[in-house]
Design a protein around this ligand. Structure first.
Ligand code: MF3
Ligand code: CO
Length: 291
């Protein structure tokens, strides 16, 4: 049995404030949604101010690392060189690359070219070619806090079709962000992403999604980008999660590389794009913590 928390007890969120001066009012609001049948977030999904500050600081490192990649990426470079840029810059700034050794992942960043949907493993043998599109997915641990974001890069002369995919995928993320506010539902984020992608004639990968992030690399909730409107967990201030849809020019079907058990490809070989942000739900909307 959990003892009921009293007004003058310290808040469960760890802020050090009295419950009455911290989450009490919010909890009552959330309880009302629960009584009306909504799924509500667990307490672990709700971060306090100090934790959000920590994730934001981690995000600043993540952003700086991606900026550094942006300055240096070019045709003729191997994806292993991108791995080294990420590794060096992250360490220089006092961070740890979260992917390294994560569930056996062998490198410090994911690099996913053209028909690679996600989880591409950097390699000396893989050379960026003129006309490639590539996702560079960077995740940082700093001060014990996790942040996670990724960007697309167009290498040299990229076809108009692929450029549109890259741009459209970023716009899909923005459509999702526009749904992030307290007391909306998570399903509306994914539904907005999905509807936008379909309106451009693209398909959205269903099996892989985003995630809560901050105290760990991957936390609840799972964030689908093919979710239905007015479904899913209630959004409340302090939740932090990623928006990171994988959007395909052709079929949404995918397969996993049998040799490394990581790299995901489109079934039809058509290109796929992804952008990722780490976003926090604030009192009146959202704050992007990493992009
Ligand atoms: N950065 C990926 C994500 O957005 C996680 C990849 S797991 C790794 O969730 F081990 F491949 F890094
Ligand atoms: Co992620």
């Amino acid at each position: 049995m959990k003892k009921r928390i009293r007004r003058n007890d310290p808040c469960w969120c760890g802020s050090g404030k009295k419950y009455a001066d911290c989450h009490l009012e919010m909890d009552e609001k959330i309880k009302n949604y629960k009584l009306r049948g909504y799924r509500i977030p667990s307490r672990k999904m709700i971060k306090n101010k100090a934790q959000i500050d920590g994730i934001r600081t981690s995000g600043k490192v993540n952003i700086a690392v991606l900026d550094y990649v942006a300055e240096n990426i070019r045709a003729g470079m191997s994806t292993e060189e991108i791995n080294q840029l990420v590794e060096q810059k992250t360490r220089e700034l006092g961070g740890i690359p979260a992917p390294l050794n994560y569930e056996g992942f062998p490198k410090s960043v994911c690099t996913s070219i053209n028909d690679v949907v996600c989880h591409g493993i950097p390699s000396e043998e893989e050379i960026l070619q003129d006309g490639d599109i590539i996702n560079v997915d960077v995740s940082t641990i700093y001060g014990g806090y996790f942040s996670d974001s990724s960007r697309m890069f167009c290498v040299g002369n990229v076809s108009e079709e692929k450029k549109q995919l890259v741009k459209g995928t970023l716009e899909a993320v923005q459509a999702g962000l526009a749904q992030v506010r307290p007391f909306n539902r998570l399903g509306n984020v994914g539904a907005a992403v999905h509807e936008f992608a379909l309106s451009r004639g693209y398909q959205v990968v269903q099996e892989i999604g985003g995630h809560g992030v901050g105290l760990e690399f991957h936390e609840d909730p799972f964030v689908s980008y093919v979710s239905r409107r007015d479904t899913g967990v209630l959004l409340v201030p302090g939740m932090v999660f990623t928006i990171e849809p994988m959007i395909n020019m052709g079929t949404d079907e995918i397969f996993v590389d049998e040799d490394n058990d990581w790299t995901v490809y489109t079934e039809d070989g058509a290109p796929s794009a992804q952008w990722e942000v780490t976003v926090a739900v604030t009192d009146d909307g959202y704050e992007i913590l990493a992009y």
